[in-house]
Write a protein that binds this ligand. Structure first.
Ligand code: PEP
Ligand code: MG
Length: 932
């Protein structure tokens, strides 16, 4: 994902005021489709459709600069914005021969947000604006449909009340529900004109009670207030959250579209719908969407009524259906991308309300891109930008194991397959519960958020959940659209499941499910199952499609992609994803295995060199075996092995625990003592008689090793310098393994990496040991293998003196986890205490441990490379911090001239595509055409 740049402030040029308002009507628009920065996606689409002669209700777009102005000045716009807004309105009134708020022939408008990048449902919309006590009567007379007129007015008061006046929705819902109860009706549509009129009266009282003033009758005041509320909605919590997770700049602002209303709720020849020109979940070429007759737009998207598949429109209104197909096909050809559109039918006449490039899953993105190349619509070069590299993980999602699907476990087979993949998780019913149940540790609990229908307020819960299940809503409901963007499994509109969010329970097949119960979701087919069902690895057919797509992208890639892997199984997996070597093998992970940790602990507990050497000798064959496995898995490819890095006390029990166990020992009964003997057996406890001495010796050693700042303490090469025997043992294991592997016919490329180097002397010290041991081993074995000794650059000093360090180091690998930690002075383990606030306040744009901080950490990387290569022009340079799998950081690594990036095996494909896109944008001089 790239970081979007802030447009420059549009200074007024001498004499010519900024153009804030862009009109569109009758086949001619002042703007066009390329003006997303100014008009937002929706405004640009409306302008483009108007210019193309499509049936678009006329209106005007107030551009994003007005919103930025509003933000900059703390909630005001300049008189010029107001003047141009009024001009726009007058123009529209003349054109429509109607007047906003008129008691004769009233104009009604919609006021909608629309930012450069689509943010579904995150900002606000107000419909039916311009209605007041007078104009509603005129509307009733002219439409000869009083019910429709009063329904429109009550919707306005409700929407305006909530969005503009910030009155809680529930205040209006209570009035509405009470009226339905009183009239003994179930459906909203059963309320007649009289009842709706009564509701209007009561809604006005709600407004008065909450705001101490009457609902504004002046339609011009309504318009200005609505416009400013849309500007404010750019800053609401859910919009901010959405921007953060999608990497959208907070300063872009939204445009506001003011458009003559067309009504889908005028009766049975009216309706409204949304759709896609291809299937956004799996990418098949099919006309796809939903509609509702006699409804307004929000009824479809909000999941209040379950809509009908769009193909049904062919039966209900064949002419309109045909026209819609023609228009959307044209739009797809015009934009040369899959379109997501909205339409309204008013009295049998079709109007287009929106078109934009549709959000889609990774699976759909690849399929659609391949189809479009085959159809001659786009080139292969364009196609490779049609998927966000982080979406590639969609191809790696699990599938349900059909052998484990028993009919009695099936809670529904009829949910909508809204976003593919299968997941097993525990049910939660609210977004807050999702966040709580997922937990804050590195190991997250898998939770499935179950809702009647999700709303934009649920975004924080959707982000942490592994899957989403809704009982209402269609394929274009909020849940479906948002999860597809997130690449997260979703089953939507599972009507057989009833969700009672207040009681925190879900009912299906006569069973009741509570918070914490396990279920399995299959977003690929729309099934929901009881309990934990078995999952299978990804579908090979999809992987074949991805392969084809990658074969177009790969020729553009300039930098290598390696994996971070410590064991042969991960290395094999990484290689299958196309890894071209191992960029980081963290040897300490090998010591945490059950059979190794006692040996490791014995080594650490030794208080003299002789005992330490004895323990290391036992570790040597284990370590050698691990390395042989890695060399075999990576036959012919480079393997970078890092020497021991973490502080040693990570391998020992916590000091506090030892203190408690020792303190409680005199009071422990036989059962407790037995448990302690078993727990401490790895440290040599054989019977309860040993415990006292053992625990106090252990505590003693742990206290010896205790550090106030272990991450800045006795770790990295500092360990190897104080205990050279550790470096010797590891170097011996590496070279013996390499020779053994070569003797078996495996081709090795060994790279030994010294961690946490800050000075050239440290590098010199450790390099000398490694080279000496290599010579010894080669002599003993009568065989030599080629190898390199290099270092990690993970301290600012190392980057600054890289020219010196490169005299000793034959390669660099940037450890950007530690480099970020030490550059910012943020503890990588504790940053979450304040990071959310930093992000909310905009102090940081992104988590610097995920996306490289180009200005600070990135600058050190740049300096490190430049100075290192001054000494050693062909110095091999890579990255092995977490950033190596983040698309924006990969783009940065490409730009600064690294030779490769390294990342976890499951991000190898993402990194390959990100690297290819970076190479292709250089070559093709394009900015990329990502769909977001
Ligand atoms: C790093 O610091 O970026 C790195 C890869 O090392 P580790 O995460 O093991 O500290
Ligand atoms: Mg590190």
């Amino acid at each position: 994902m790239s970081t979007y740049t802030l447009p420059e402030t549009q200074e007024e040029q001498a004499g010519s005021p900024v153009k804030y308002v862009y009109f569109f009507a009758d086949g001619k628009a002042e703007g066009n489709g390329t003006m997303k920065n100014e008009l937002g996606g929706k405004g640009a689409g409306l302008a483009e459709m108007t210019n193309a002669g499509l049936p678009v209700p006329p209106g005007f777009t107030i551009q994003t600069e007005a919103c930025r102005e509003y933000m900059r000045s703390g909630g005001k716009v300049s008189p010029e914005v107001n003047r141009q807004t009024e001009d726009g309105l007058q123009h529209l009134e003349q054109l429509q021969r109607q007047k906003l708020g008129s008691g004769e022939n009233p104009l009604l408008v919609s006021v909608r947000s629309g930012a450069k990048f689509s943010m579904p449902g995150m900002m606000d919309t107000i419909l039916n604006l311009g209605l007041n006590d007078q104009s509603v009567e005129a509307l009733a007379r002219r439409s000869r449909n009083p019910r429709f007129a009063y329904d429109s007015y009550r919707r306005l008061i409700q929407m305006f009340g909530n969005v503009v006046l910030e009155i809680p929705k529930s205040a209006f819902d209570e009035v509405f529900d009470a009226k339905k109860k009183h009239k003994k009706t179930k459906l909203d549509t059963d309320l007649d004109a009289k009842a709706l009129k009564e509701i209007i009266g009561e809604y006005k009282k709600v407004v008065k009670k909450h705001t101490k003033r009457d609902f504004p009758q002046d339609p011009h005041e309504q318009l200005i207030m609505a416009r400013d509320a849309v500007f404010r909605s750019w800053q609401n919590e859910r919009a901010k959250h959405y921007r953060r997770i999608n990497n959208i700049d907070d300063m872009l602002g939204t445009a506001v579209n003011v458009q003559a209303m067309v009504f889908g709720n005028l009766g049975e020849t009216s309706g409204t719908g949304v759709g896609f020109t291809r299937n956004p979940a799996i990418g098949t070429k099919e006309f796809y969407g939903e509609f509702l007759m006699n409804a307004q737009g929000e009824d479809v998207v909000a999941g209040i009524r379950t809509p009908v598949p769009i193909l049904e429109l062919q039966k209900v209104m064949p002419e309109v259906y045909k026209q819609l197909r023609e228009i959307t096909t044209r739009l797809e050809k015009h934009y040369r991308d899959m379109q997501d559109f909205e339409f309204t039918i008013q009295d049998g006449k079709l109007y287009m309300l929106q078109t934009r490039n549709g959000k889609r899953t990774g699976l759909a993105a690849v399929r659609v891109a391949i189809q479009m190349v085959e159809e001659g619509l786009i080139t292969k070069e364009e196609a490779i930008f049609r998927i966000d590299p982080s979406q590639v993980v969609d191809f790696l999602v699990a599938r349900l194991d059909e052998k484990d699907v028993r009919p009695e476990d099936l809670l529904t087979a009829k949910g909508l397959p809204a976003s593919p993949g299968a997941v097993v998780g525990q049910i939660v019913f609210t977004a807050d519960d999702a966040v709580e149940m997922v937990g804050h540790g590195t190991e997250k609990n898998p939770v499935i958020l179950v809702r009647g229908e999700t709303t934009p307020e649920d975004i924080h819960g959707m982000e942490v959940a592994i899957g989403i299940l809704t009982s209402r809503g269609g394929m274009t409901s909020h849940a479906a659209v948002v999860t597809r963007g997130m690449g997260k499994c979703c089953v939507a509109g599972a009507g057989e499941i009833s969700v009672d969010e207040r009681a925190n329970e879900m009912r299906a097949q006569g069973q009741v499910f509570k918070k914490g119960d396990w279920i399995t979701l299959d977003g690929t087919t729309g099934r929901v199952l009881r309990g934990k069902r078995k999952l299978l690895p990804p579908d090979p057919e999809n992987l074949a499609k991805l392969d084809k797509f990658m074969s177009w992208a790969e020729p553009f890639r300039k930098i290598g992609v390696r994996a971070n892997a410590d064991i042969p199984r991960d290395a094999i997996q990484a290689r299958a994803f196309g890894a071209e070597g191992i960029g980081l093998c963290r040897t300490e992970h090998m010591f945490f295995a059950q059979d190794r940790i006692p040996l490791m602990r014995a080594m650490i507990l030794a208080d003299n060199e002789k005992d330490r050497r004895a323990a290391l000798k036992k570790l040597l064959p284990e370590q050698r075996r691990d390395f042989v496995g890695l060399f075999e898995a990576m036959d012919g490819l480079p393997v970078t092995i890092r020497l021991l890095d973490p502080p040693l006390h990570e391998f020992l029990p916590k000091r506090e625990k030892l203190m408690v166990d020792l303190g409680a020992l005199p009071y422990a009964d036989a059962k407790r003592k037995k448990a302690l003997v078993s727990e401490y057996s790895e440290y040599g406890a054989k019977g309860s008689g040993d415990l006292k001495k053992l625990l106090s010796d252990l505590l003693h050693r742990v206290e010896d090793l205790h550090e106030f700042n272990p991450m800045l303490g006795h770790r990295g090469c500092r360990l190897g310098i104080t205990y050279p025997e550790i470096t010797e043992m590891q170097a011996r294991a590496i070279f013996e393994a390499a020779v053994d592997a070569e003797k078996k016919g495996v081709k090795t490329h060994v790279e030994v990496m010294i961690p946490l180097v800050a000075t050239v002397k440290e590098m010199e010290n450790q390099g000398a040991i490694v080279r000496r041991v290599a010579d010894e081993v080669f002599k003993e074995k009568g065989k030599t293998v080629h190898y390199l000794v290099g270092t990690m650059i993970e301290l600012p000093r190392a980057a600054l003196v890289a020219d010196e360090i490169a005299k000793e180091a034959e390669f660099f690998s940037f450890g950007t986890n530690d480099l970020t930690q030490t550059t910012f002075g943020f503890s990588r383990d504790d940053i979450n205490k304040f990071l959310p606030i930093y992000l909310d306040e905009g102090i940081l744009k992104q988590d610097p441990f995920q996306v490289i901080d180009r200005d600070g950490v990135g600058e050190l990387v740049r300096i490190g490379i430049e100075r290192g290569r001054k000494t050693r022009p062909h110095l091999k340079v890579g990255i092995c911090g977490e950033h190596g799998g983040d698309p924006s950081s990969v783009e940065f690594c490409h730009a600064v001239g690294m030779d490769y990036v390294a990342c976890s095996p499951f991000r190898v494909l993402t990194a390959r595509l990100a690297a290819a896109q970076a190479g292709a944008s250089d070559k093709l001089k394009t900015e990329g055409g990502r769909t977001k």
